[in-house]
Design a protein around this ligand. Sequence first.
Ligand code: 5CA
Length: 438
Amino acid sequence: MRLSRFFLPVLKEAPSDIEIVSHRLMVRAGMIRQEAAGIYAWLPLGLIVLKKIEQIVREEMVRAGAIECLMPTLQLADLWRESGRYDDYGQEMLRITDRHERELLYGPTNEEMITEIFRAYVKSYKALPLNLFHIQWKFRDERRPRFGVMRGREFLMKDAYSFDVDEASARKAYNRMFVAYLNLFARMGLKAVPMRADTGPIGGDLSHEFIILADTGESQVFCHKDLIEMGAPGPDVDWDDLQGAVDRRTALYAATEEMHDETRFTAEVPEASRLSARGIEVGHIFYFGDKYSRPMKANITGPDGVDRPAQMGSYGVGVSRLVAGIIEASHDDSGIVWPDSVAPFGVALINLRPGDEACDAACEQAYAALAKAGKDPLYDDTDERPGGKFAKADLIGAPWQLVIGPKGLAEGAVELKRRATGEKQSVPLDAALTQLCG
Ligand code: 5CA
């Protein structure tokens, strides 16, 4: 992408009422624009990152055996009356009436709708296990939308729903999502810790929140320090037997504020290993058995010929929240430092003197080579002064900067900077391109 043709409305200053760094940087880098409280337009730079995160989530869901579908944002109120949640959900639910006076709502989650789809088609245990997911916008009329896309009213969620014949296989489905979550957050450069959590309006008795630590996090969390560095199991696990991987992580104490038990915490965790910190909830998984399938009569016939309600779980990832979460975890005073896997551009290519024949030729050569190698270069071919170009490149956070100017070129060199460390090398253009393109 040539910057002169891109739409990147970068701001020097963010509005002073912005409270946290990720929100400030997203606004300054021209990633989002607030259209109403908790409702944002995704500008091109923000959308590229959102799509990259979405794709990682999708790939890890598919790897774990889930199947993608897409349900609508609007749902019938009557469906929610079947589960009893229409009245329970209260003011967080946005209720809408259409021209035929039919009551609709903008979905805050999809347990009812997926259960309706399931019961229409699946009657036998032979079709199980089944896990369906979608990546769709949700609306929750939060009392206090804040921190930009971190707690929005309209937000993008990946939600998966598992169906099984009995509790034992439902727990396996839960474990598959548990491990998929560890892997997908690790791919984004995040250290996410699963913690025992409250189930709130979704319900059920088994639930884990996946938390990344950040001073600006909304929840207070308590855990054994070793969990932070434990790492993810990776893709090459035995997907049919994940109990060991899950047990290793659930054996150590980890709980969110609502589930925290100080007596257990001090008894189970040696003082030097106790961590009490702020965290951001980037994912939440639930096993709730027949909470929806029973009232909604989503029954299946078991191997014994007897009908029973399907055993269900649901599994959410805050896709739009993750954009902010990753920035909270990875930034410095100059701007965002994207992990390679979600960076909107792989290389910021800076031409220090557009119009200079040698600079233009070298930049065009670099741009073509980087594009061909799939490095998504952003070529700053504008007339802005060098200082402004450097500041912009630092702000938007591409992992590499390739700086080409007349002085360096006269000596046969360009400058290659690693955004994360600030480390600079002065090398011939060919050597820089070999390093970047491999
Ligand atoms: N149906 C279940 C799982 S599919 C569910 O809705 N779970 S949830 O309520 O925990 O939401 C899933 C994830 O969405 C959360 O972990 C969080 O990362 C994200 N999320 C929830 N509310 C918001 C919000 N207001 N703004 C941005 N992200 C949110």
